[in-house]
Design a protein around this ligand. Structure first.
Ligand SMILES: [Zn+2]
Length: 418
């Protein structure tokens, strides 16, 4: 089972950095996103908190000395060390909203899946681990931030909803730790989910989480009567063409855009507009929309026929409506990031703009749909530089829309298969 012992005494393997002695385990402490063992060295008496093997700590566990707050880590993952060091230094006991939903009686071994995090994608990916336990002989308790409550699948025994916004996601909150501990003490024993950072697509069905059935691949061709494309917007990581990039071969209009000094929001709107217009030349019945979070909420520069589904804030209903839009899309287009998780989980295919600074995170933001043939997967999921001009991008989207059927025949996928 993908879990370790948590209660009453957790499985923890840490050594004292001073004595190199295996540390004794006295209990556990979950003050937020971090699941920690309470540890003591039997030789020098120093006390520590050590990461339990869950989430990122499954790969890069760290040790914090209670006296002084020094973090020991040997994996070179400074951002994860910083979160621990900084949160401990600023720990709080101020209560946070904590709501308990008891959905099913608990009769079996309890597994706790802690989805708290400061990054949206990390929280969401942890939550996708839930399905694995729902199919096992255990009772699952989810600890989730309130913004993910709408995605809790049926079959979870209890949901503990914590009102911690993402910006406070690394918070070390001793009130929260006591609250979680007190509730787990009701059970004789409990385990902690490994909360894999990137669960295998075979282990979850997105429909169980969002209630939205993904794009029916077997209807790809039929649905070309109205080709559907959605651009996924985010303000902070824009589709941008560097002013010094070659503009040879692109339209005069586009060349003017590229060389015009402008803010990234306006520039991105124009690029998306050009993409949409170019595609519509080829597909007069095109259904093109733009979705995502957007501070400015300004559609200036977008063609009037483009649906603008962007919002400054998300709520559960709008999240679901967006998933329905992704699920009706042959292709979603967008810049690399966690903004692409739900779109890729539901859409038929993807064209992703990814900058070289994100190459190390390749595919971490894609929820692949299960396919048997890797050639088909490579066909439907394309990655191009963020400097790709809209005309080239349109060419690629057109290829996906129109070329899938002939590609599959060429690859001998066989008639009737999806
Ligand atoms: Zn020691």
């Amino acid at each position: 089972m993908r879990a370790i012992r948590l209660h009453p005494f957790p499985d923890a393997q840490h050594d004292c950095p001073h004595c190199l002695q295996h540390l004794d385990v006295f209990g556990w402490h979950t003050p937020g996103m971090r699941n920690l063992a309470d540890l003591r060295c039997s030789i020098c008496g120093r006390q520590y908190y050590g990461d339990l093997a869950a989430g990122q700590a499954l790969y890069t566990p760290m040790l914090l000395e209670k006296e002084g707050g020094v973090v020991y880590h040997k994996h070179g993952v400074e951002w994860f060390a910083h979160w621990l060091r900084d949160s401990y230094a600023h720990r709080t006991e101020v209560p946070v909203p904590f709501e308990v939903e008891k959905r099913l009686p608990i009769t079996r071994e309890v597994v706790l899946l802690n989805c708290l995090d400061t990054l949206y994608g990390h929280s969401l990916l942890k939550l996708l681990n839930a399905q694995y336990y729902l199919e096992g002989e255990v009772d699952l308790i989810l600890i989730i931030p309130s913004f993910l409550a709408w995605m809790v699948p049926d079959g979870v025994a209890q949901v503990w909803i914590v009102g911690l916004p993402l910006k406070r996601g690394t918070e070390w909150n001793d009130w929260l730790a006591r609250e979680i501990h007190r509730r787990v003490e009701d059970f004789q024993s409990a385990s902690l989910s490994l909360a894999l950072s990137h669960p295998n697509p075979e282990d979850y069905n997105i429909e169980r989480f969002t209630g939205v059935k993904p794009f029916p691949l077997e209807q790809w061709e039929d649905r070309l009567k109205r080709p559907t494309v959605t651009f996924i917007w985010r303000d902070d990581r824009a589709w941008q063409m560097p002013a010094d990039s070659s503009t040879a071969g692109v339209s005069k209009k586009l060349r003017r855009w590229v060389t015009r000094p402008s803010n990234s929001g306006a520039a991105q709107r124009r690029l998306v507009g050009e993409l949409a217009e170019t595609l519509r030349c080829e597909f007069p019945t095109l259904d093109f929309a733009i979705a995502g979070l957007c501070e400015e909420g300004n559609g200036d520069g977008l063609p009037t026929w483009v649906q603008d589904l962007r919002r400054t804030t998300m709520d559960d209903d709008h999240e679901r409506r967006c998933c329905e839009r992704y699920a009706s899309s042959h292709v979603v287009v967008g810049v690399h990031g966690s903004n692409m998780l739900l779109p890729t989980a539901h859409a038929g295919g993807l064209v992703e703009l990814i900058g070289s600074e994100r190459w190390g995170n390749f595919t971490q933001d894609v929820l692949f749909r299960e396919t048997e043939d890797c050639r088909e997967t490579l066909f439907r999921y394309r990655f191009v530089p963020t400097s790709t001009p809209p005309l080239e991008l349109a060419q690629l989207v057109r290829l996906l829309l129109r070329g899938r059927d002939s590609f599959r025949r060429l690859m001998n996928a066989g008639p009737g298969s999806v």
